[in-house]
Design a protein around this ligand. Structure first.
Ligand code: ADP
Length: 189
């Protein structure tokens, strides 16, 4: 069983590489961002609250994220493994992830991080904003998302690094080149 999390700043390419990894390894994909956007699209009251938080570039509450993840895992088969995308995003989520795996008696391979220079991230987000129709894919909100990333999410990298569970690859080049780097990392272990 291969359980891991793709990690990196907004625009690093987590979504794209997730698709390729789940196809190759038969993993169950949990994208917290996609799940939150689905709730927004449903038009529920909860969705409206989530929309406000995401559009400001901030993080939604840990309680909400954990309840979405637990519900999704309970409802879906995931025997080959789970690929998290967009989670854990702060230190408390990192600890909650470990608790969850302990409770399920499942192993956690670790975090795979995509490293991309800041200027390229901004260019990708602005470009994606032309077609994504995401309220947060613009330069102003990007700055706030990056700030949240640096303040809250980067400590997660150090947390897993200390446990030997943090692996980084360059996230620039062609999609296939980046994918090959990830596969190499997974299979050399
Ligand atoms: P990106 O990685 O490009 O920022 P995501 O789709 O992963 O895009 O996330 C979009 C937004 O959804 C985040 O800026 C945040 O507001 C919210 N979000 C996603 N995952 C989490 C999480 N694990 N904890 C808190 N907020 C989250």
């Amino acid at each position: 069983m291969l359980n891991m999390a793709l990690f990196g700043p907004p625009g690093a390419g987590k979504g794209t590489q997730s698709e390729k990894l789940i196809a190759k390894y038969g993993l169950f994909h949990i994208s917290t961002g996609d799940m939150l956007r689905k709730e927004i699209a449903s038009g529920s009251d909860l969705g409206k609250k989530i929309d406000e938080v995401i559009s400001a570039g901030h993080l939604v509450s840990d309680e909400l994220i954990m309840s979405i993840i637990r519900k999704t895992l309970a409802e879906n088969p995931h025997e080959k493994g789970i690929l998290f995308d967009g989670f854990p995003r702060n230190l408390s989520q990192a600890a909650l992830l470990e608790d969850l795996f302990d409770e399920l008696h499942l192993p956690f391979f670790g975090i795979l991080s995509l490293d991309v220079p800041r200027e390229e991230l901004l260019a990708r987000i602005v470009n994606r904003g032309k077609t994504s129709h995401r309220n947060d894919d613009n330069e102003t909100v990007f700055e706030e998302r990056l700030k949240e990333y640096e303040e809250k999410t980067l400590p997660v990298a150090r947390y897993f690094e200390k446990k030997g569970k943090y692996h980084v690859v360059s996230g620039t080049g062609t999609l296939d080149e980046i994918f090959e780097r990830l596969v190499h990392l997974i299979e050399k272990k």
